[in-house]
Ligand binder design. Structure first.
Ligand SMILES: C[S@@+](CC[C@H](N)C(=O)[O-])C[C@H]1O[C@@H](n2cnc3c(N)ncnc32)[C@H](O)[C@@H]1O
Length: 206
């Protein structure tokens, strides 16, 4: 199942680090990594310098990812955990980048989830949420008839409601629309505030 998911979602996931301007040395959060389609490209972009913390509601996905990326988990460039975006077991203002692909449509409350992402991003940090607006939405509606997942316009509104600025929807691939946002920061250029990363959620790691 994870392999099928990765195959269909691979193109959008591979483009995330570039679209989000992920750079070596950063702390990055992925929410709802599923089969891990974006994990490899993000780790590759970090070049062993920085840290990717990946959470998914499903403990099974966390176990699979921990097995697949054993080396990166052992050297702590990758932290994997089972956690709900609605209550991230993470300290505030620790990440430079955060993203979720094809995941926010399943969150019980979009606003609660996006507020949590806002909380854990440092000022000046960026978020990207993306979804397949063609095949993905059709699939969800097939499972839950009548369900209308928030489209990119609604997503952009919720970003603003949660406090993000510079909110902009764009096409990540032909079928995937993503929305970018920045956590507001009033500081001047070059004055990046210090970032401390502590106590990531590893409790239920496999
Ligand atoms: C369709 S999969 C997408 C996986 C991957 N991001 C991709 O693009 O292939 C959605 C994932 O979001 C996770 N998810 C759903 N609700 C969640 C929540 N409230 N908190 C964290 N993860 C969640 C699911 O467990 C699932 O692995």
């Amino acid at each position: 199942m994870a392999r099928v998911l990765n195959f269909f979602n691979r193109r959008g996931n591979q483009r995330v680090p570039g679209a989000l301007d992920v750079r070596p040395g950063q702390r990055v959060l992925e929410i709802g990594f599923g089969g891990g389609a974006a994990l490899r490209s993000t780790l590759h972009t970090l070049q062993g310098n920085g840290q990717l913390c990946a959470v998914d509601l499903s403990p099974d996905m966390a176990v699979l990812a921990a097995r697949r990326f054993r080396t990166e988990v052992e050297d702590r460039t990758l932290l994997v955990a089972s956690a709900d975006v609605a209550a991230l077991p993470l300290e505030s203002e620790v990440f430079d980048r955060a993203y979720a692909l094809h995941s926010h449509m399943y969150w019980p409350s979009l606003l609660t989830g996006i507020r949590e992402v806002h909380r854990v991003l440092r000022p000046g940090g960026r978020v990207l949420l993306g979804m397949d607006v063609v095949a993905g939405v059709r699939l969800i509606q097939w499972f839950g008839r009548g369900y209308q997942p928030a489209g990119p316009d609604r997503l952009a509104e919720v970003f603003q409601e949660a406090g993000f600025t510079d909110v902009s929807p764009f096409r990540l691939t032909a079928g995937v629309v993503a929305v970018l946002g920045t956590r507001h920061w009033a500081g001047g250029r070059g004055q990046v505030p210090p970032v401390e990363f502590s106590s990531p959620a590893e409790g239920r790691r496999g």
